[in-house]
Design a binder for this molecule. Structure first.
Ligand SMILES: C[S@@+](CC[C@H](N)C(=O)[O-])C[C@H]1O[C@@H](n2cnc3c(N)ncnc32)[C@H](O)[C@@H]1O
Length: 327
């Protein structure tokens, strides 16, 4: 995995925070988040509803059960919160608490390409019935290549784990306006899946490099089924540029998350409300951001969103990464 990424010029610039569950937690605490907890994917997978696990375990036989355990041990979900949202952090396991430059870095292109990998892996799992996603196919055009059963199951745990965090947040904020901000959104279809499930989010904001958001905007524009689910204000206006799209409750914008001024500016364009409950999602994103830039980002978010929760899915236990490199 890491070997592949490096061979393609994709440096894991933020890998220092991925040494252990403790470093994942302390990264948030050091940036002003009031509390944080982290679970490796073994723990997350075991906490998923029995019925769901039994169903997907019947879909495919694993080639190598041990490989799946190793994969699960090397990914984690971390939940961090600022004020009042700590009760969302309830996977089982250990806990710790306390109180526009476009692509200016040489390896950004390789980082951007990780979105294609993630989308293709999700497509493989969806095609085999691990979960339902009627929208992914609008973004990923290449024929779905069948991935190894361990990869499919790993993606299932990732997608369901993150989804459960979001469901808890929506339950906790039910009846009140709330925001979702998807950092490094790639081709994630969460917005459409939530709409289909009947959730009305006051503001859903997606951010990624302009190269990625341009492709996502293009797909949205061209597919009525995607466009129809975007809520349009009474005046019927959807504002579009090649990389950004603004509707009344959905915004997607091209931005380098390392550039805080640009981020601030973009969030204001999306009519962000700093006061309402907000959930940030980062699925395999922070690991690609240099440690100091990531620190600045997390600190800025903690300082500007007084009622917020951050759900981070990414690598962990990278101190024994040579072991997993062999796979
Ligand atoms: C592995 S992909 C994951 C995509 C999506 N979160 C998912 O899980 O399907 C990582 C994404 O993070 C984005 N990304 C990484 N660094 C970024 C940065 N500095 N600014 C904006 N986006 C970034 C990449 O372009 C890519 O789309």
């Amino acid at each position: 995995m890491l070997g592949n990424l490096r061979a393609r010029g994709c440096n894991l610039a933020g890998v220092d925070a991925c040494t252990s569950l403790e470093t994942q937690v302390s990264r948030f605490l050091d940036c002003g988040w009031h509390g944080a907890r982290a679970w490796d994917m073994v723990q997350v997978y075991q906490s998923l509803p029995n019925g769901e696990r039994q169903r997907i375990e019947r879909l495919e036989m694993l080639d190598e059960g041990e490989l799946l355990v190793q994969l699960f041990q090397h990914y984690a979900i971390t939940i961090a919160w600022v004020a009042k949202l700590d009760e969302l952090a309830t996977f089982p396991g250990n806990s710790q608490r306390r109180g526009s430059a476009m692509c200016s870095h040489p390896c950004d292109e390789a980082v951007i390409a990780t979105n294609d990998d993630a989308s293709e892996c999700k497509r493989s799992a969806v095609r085999l019935g691990y979960w339902q996603d009627d929208y992914l196919g609008y973004f990923v055009k290449s024929p779905a290549e069948r991935k190894a059963p361990e990869i499919n199951r790993g993606y299932f745990a990732r997608v369901r784990g993150v989804e459960i965090c979001i469901e808890k947040f929506l339950h906790r904020t039910a009846g009140n306006p709330c925001q979702i901000i998807n950092l490094g959104c790639g081709f994630d279809t969460l917005y459409w899946r939530l709409r289909e499930a009947g959730h009305a989010i006051a503001n859903f904001i997606e951010l990624d490099f302009p190269t990625v958001t341009a492709r996502k905007c293009y797909a949205i524009k061209r597919n009525k089924r995607l466009l129809d689910k975007i809520h349009v204000a009474e005046d019927g206006e959807v504002r579009l540029s090649p990389t950004d799209l603004h509707a009344s409750n959905y915004h997607i914008m091209g931005v380098d998350l390392r550039n805080i001024d640009e981020l601030h500016n973009k969030l204001n364009q999306a009519e962000i409300d700093y006061t309402i409950p907000t959930i940030f999602l980062a699925e395999c994103v922070l690991v690609y951001i240099e440690t100091q830039n990531c620190h600045n980002l997390l600190k800025w978010l903690a300082g500007h969103f007084p009622t917020s929760v951050f759900v981070n899915y990414e690598q962990v236990n990278m101190n024994d990464r040579e072991e997993i490199c062999r796979h």
